[in-house]
Design a protein around this ligand. Sequence first.
Ligand SMILES: NC(=O)c1ccc[n+]([C@@H]2O[C@H](COP(=O)([O-])OP(=O)(O)OC[C@H]3O[C@@H](n4cnc5c(N)ncnc54)[C@H](OP(=O)(O)O)[C@@H]3O)[C@@H](O)[C@H]2O)c1
Length: 307
Amino acid sequence: MEKVLSGKPVATLLDKATARLIAEYGLVPQMLLIQVGSDPASAYYVQSIIKHGTKLGCKTTLKQLPESTSEKELLDFIYAANADPTIHGIMIQKPLPKHISDNSINFSINPDKDLDCLHPINLGKIVIEADGLLPCTPAAVYYLMRYYQIDPIGKNLVILGRSSVVGKPMANILLWKKAFTNATVTVCHSKTSYLKDITSNADILIAAIGRGNFVSSDMVKENVILLDVGINEIINDEGIAKYVGDIDYNSCLDKAMAITPVPGGIGRITTSVLFLNLIQACLTQLGVNKTVDEIITFIFNANHEDN
Ligand SMILES: NC(=O)c1ccc[n+]([C@@H]2O[C@H](COP(=O)([O-])OP(=O)(O)OC[C@H]3O[C@@H](n4cnc5c(N)ncnc54)[C@H](OP(=O)(O)O)[C@@H]3O)[C@@H](O)[C@H]2O)c1
């Protein structure tokens, strides 16, 4: 296994699978991307999603709503998109303004069009290992593990962070009984005591806490595998903004068996999963149900056929 686990080949593989499914089924997939407010980081991400989709032959319709949008206005908008047969997937850019309840919005999305797996039905399917859409970031980690043959079976796997979009669904996926799961999972959060004792025992550590360079080399053991979900903006000594992960890459590099970089690691894969989810949603709406295993087989066969 490579020491630095780039997300690029994994993203390329997913994009290849997406393009093949579009061609094979003659799809005209359309995503509705909703952004409320004008957070600059969100605006940047939204533009990169649109560009990526165009490259893959998917249409992305952006609906930008003002910060003052009420919860009811947003809900009405989502209900209209749920009923529109030309929209196959809905992605709502987070964070939402504070006056809008995440839960109300998550409950309102048609589960078949719920591209980031926010609806409780989709989260529940992950818990019971039923087929369905996978949340983009945890799926990006899972596909990276499969690509680099990181099998967590029997391993002590620690996740830092318990959010509903990353930490909790990640833990549930890695508790599955499929290939490249079966981990023994510990989930830590801001109230965890003796954090360093727990992280120091991890064979595989997944960090998703939103604290730049938080995990230092003294918190991990030799030959650990470090998977960094964090994307944090920091201003360097020259006053220039740059992005770092939750893991202190430079201090941990020597000690780790393998580590994902930031940028260029997990984050590089997430947008590709989003479009793969759009295709899966589009197929479901056409009455073609693909199981998680079928999608995975399709992705990894696409690789072998080209090699
Ligand atoms: N790569 C991607 O595509 C992608 C996608 C989504 C998010 N992200 C990044 O991933 C990171 C996490 O995102 P998120 O949405 O999950 O964040 P979040 O909703 O803010 O959740 C952060 C989690 O980390 C825990 N935490 C915070 N400080 C901690 C500490 N000192 N020790 C232990 N646990 C701590 C929190 O604990 P409590 O629950 O106790 O508050 C919470 O569970 C962010 O950097 C975000 O930018 C990346």
